[in-house]
Design a protein. Structure first.
Length: 264
């Protein structure tokens, strides 16, 4: 880690705009310097207009840009397909499952097109498109207001529909996920809906490729129930997964064939 003050401050700005790691204690541990050194760094960065100070830390002046669904579809394609293959095997015949909007849940919908018979309820355009021609899957949409960036439906109509349904399983996507705070997204309406989705299912799965684990790119969060499953690809490192295991969260590492290679 950079101990030179100029390099360290540049790294702090980079962390603030990519991962959201800007708490004094977190940064102190990350760089191996004292909290007072970090506070001086943050004060200088604020004076330079590079960061805005907050209670206990700082935040980026320019928020981490949210990628559109179109941009995300091609990212980490093989990892998403591996995750989707494992997730599809968890669903039994006749179940009713809820799919979030997003590219990884879209990959899961693709896996479900040819069976078994089940009901898929979704908030996402990608899942609807993947399942539109299926002869074995009954498809329902929660409705609401379409959010163009994520190609997902949000808002009061979607929330009201959720209150009248329960599900065997829910599969959620995320822009970032942490053991302490749950799912991170760009829009608080998204996180509100995801929180409600998690409450309505017997089994909750968060599907994210390894690069999203521990990320805090935005400031809207969806807390998750105590028992949920993190499903990621086999490239995830134990250092990133340990906080989840420590909280009793089940961790699945899916290889390219959709098998769990976590050893748990």
């Amino acid at each position: 880690m950079p101990r030179d003050s100029k390099l360290r401050r540049e790294a702090i700005v980079q962390l603030a705009t990519t991962t959201g790691l800007t708490g004094v204690d977190e940064l102190s541990a990350h760089f191996g310097v004292t909290a007072s050194t970090i506070r001086r760094d943050l004060a200088q960065l604020e004076r330079a207009g590079a960061l805005a100070r907050t209670y206990g830390g700082a935040m980026a002046i320019v928020a981490h840009p949210e990628a559109s669904l179109r941009q995300r579809v091609g990212e980490e394609f093989e990892a998403k397909r591996a995750i989707a293959r494992w997730a599809a095997r968890q669903i039994g015949v006749g179940e009713t499952v809820l799919l979030d909007a997003g590219s990884t849940t879209g990959a899961l919908a693709n896996e479900l097109r040819n069976g078994p018979e089940l009901t898929v309820v979704t908030t996402g355009m990608t899942a609807l498109q993947e399942l539109a021609a299926s002869d074995v899957v009954t498809v329902e949409c929660l409705g609401g207001v379409l959010r163009p960036k994520s190609q997902g439906f949000i808002g009061p109509l979607a929330e009201a529909a959720l209150e009248r349904r329960t599900f065997d399983r829910v599969f959620l996507g995320a822009d970032g996920v942490t053991a302490d705070d749950g799912i991170c997204e760009a829009d608080i309406r998204q996180t509100r809906l995801k929180e409600l989705m998690a409450r309505r299912a017997d089994h909750v799965y968060v599907l994210v490729h390894a690069a999203k684990i521990g990320r805090r790119p935005f400031h809207a969060w969806a807390p998750l129930p105590p028992k949920w499953t993190l499903v990621t690809d086999a490239s995830a490192v134990e250092e990133d997964l340990e906080p989840f295991r420590a909280k009793g969260i089940r961790v699945v590492l899916a290889d390219e064939t959709g098998n769990d290679v976590s050893g748990g």
